[in-house]
Ligand binder design. Structure first.
Ligand SMILES: *[C@@H]1O[C@H](CO)[C@@H](O)[C@H](O)[C@H]1NC(C)=O
Ligand SMILES: *[C@@H]1O[C@H](CO)[C@@H](O)[C@H](O)[C@H]1NC(C)=O
Ligand SMILES: *[C@@H]1O[C@H](CO)[C@@H](O)[C@H](O)[C@H]1NC(C)=O
Length: 311
């Protein structure tokens, strides 16, 4: 497992290196625009490995955040945002009661939309503060970064990379609404590729395919509502109408924190690389209680009928 991870990391560092246009084997300069939460945990490991290989990383994050802490293996630049830490934490906690709410699903959907709009307003305002900060932008522009490493789930990093015209490595689990496939021009037919949360597999009946198609509609609405502010901001920046597909298609390499052990097989483009093993960098043995409660019943439910067949 550790050897597998090392190989994965070596490949990843190789990919990042291959983008560097330096004449000799000096370390490269990486501009990191991460996403908050668990997204940062595995990206942080990548930044650490890049540092051990002699590359310099500059991590740019909003001043109001939960997970970004100063470390000795990167330089952190923060920018001010018009929210306080308490407002931000309140915003993140708003959704929790909805998970346990016993009410009509339409009401839950409407309330989730309000929260998502508020959260996307927060990220939009962070992006405005970053992109409109002339001092910071010109500092980043003159720092001659070789590559941008970003999580496109918050497309602000992709917008900035395109604006500064720096090759980009996208680091993600997946993007909603098939935006990753659109941006990489990768085939993604809903009649063959199961959509997340549908519980469909890669072998679908006609009705499951219909479900797969219908599932797309509310997702498109959610993506439209939550991503339009960033698209408008980008259009204002580039002084013409741009789409998210246009911005994301600037990405040179897409590193997916997925694996075909977990995910169903699907078409890929040559610049899409699966690096799911990176999620196991800090693995711990499962506690006994966990094994007892979850694994055994699942094991029994899954395997008893088959054992019966063989008996
Ligand atoms: C721009 O960002 C820099 C660096 O984070 C910060 O010191 C400065 O106050 C910001 N300027 C404005 C106008 O927000
Ligand atoms: C969303 O934002 C609005 C306006 O800023 C605020 O009045 C409302 O309480 C917020 N709702 C939630 C659920 O955070
Ligand atoms: C970055 O610097 C280059 C060269 O100095 C300049 O042509 C370009 O307009 C700058 N880009 C931004 C976004 O400031």
């Amino acid at each position: 497992m550790a050897a597998g991870l090392q190989v994965t990391l070596a490949r990843l560092a190789g990919l990042l290196l291959s983008l560097f246009v330096l004449p000799c084997a000096e370390g490269g300069k990486v501009l990191v625009l991460p996403m908050e939460g668990s997204h940062w945990l595995s990206m942080r490991d990548v930044v650490q490995v890049l540092h051990t290989r002699g590359h310099q990383a500059v991590v740019v994050v909003p001043e109001v955040n939960i997970h970004f802490k100063k470390e000795d293996f990167f330089t952190m630049i923060t920018y001010a945002v018009p929210y306080t830490q308490d407002e931000y934490i309140h915003l993140l906690k708003c959704g929790v009661p909805l998970i346990f709410a016993k009410q009509h699903f339409l009401k839950t959907f409407a309330e989730s939309m309000t929260i998502m709009k508020n959260v996307s307003a927060f990220y939009e305002s962070c992006c405005v503060e970053l992109l409109h900060n002339k001092t910071l932008i010109s500092h980043l522009n003159s720092s001659s970064f070789d590559v941008v490493l970003t999580d496109p789930v918050n497309p602000c990093g992709a917008v900035l990379a395109k604006y500064l015209n720096i090759p980009t490595v996208n680091f993600l689990r997946f993007l909603p609404c098939g935006l990753d496939s659109e941006a990489t021009q990768c085939p993604d037919p809903p009649s063959y590729i199961p959509r997340l949360l549908t519980m469909n597999s890669d072998h679908m009946t006609f009705l499951q395919r219909v479900k797969n198609m219908l599932y797309h509609l509310p997702m498109m609405y959610i993506c439209h509502v939550t991503l339009t502010p960033i698209v408008n901001l980008a259009s204002e920046l580039f002084q013409r109408d741009v789409s998210l597909k246009y911005i994301l298609s600037h990405g040179s390499v897409w590193l997916f924190r997925g694996d075909f052990v977990l995910d169903y097989p699907k078409p890929l483009m040559p610049n899409m690389v699966f690096i799911g093993g990176i999620n196991c960098a800090h693995r711990k043995p499962l506690p006994q209680v966990c094994i007892g409660v979850f694994v055994q019943p699942m094991f029994l439910a899954e395997y008893s009928p088959k054992e019966d067949l063989f008996n």
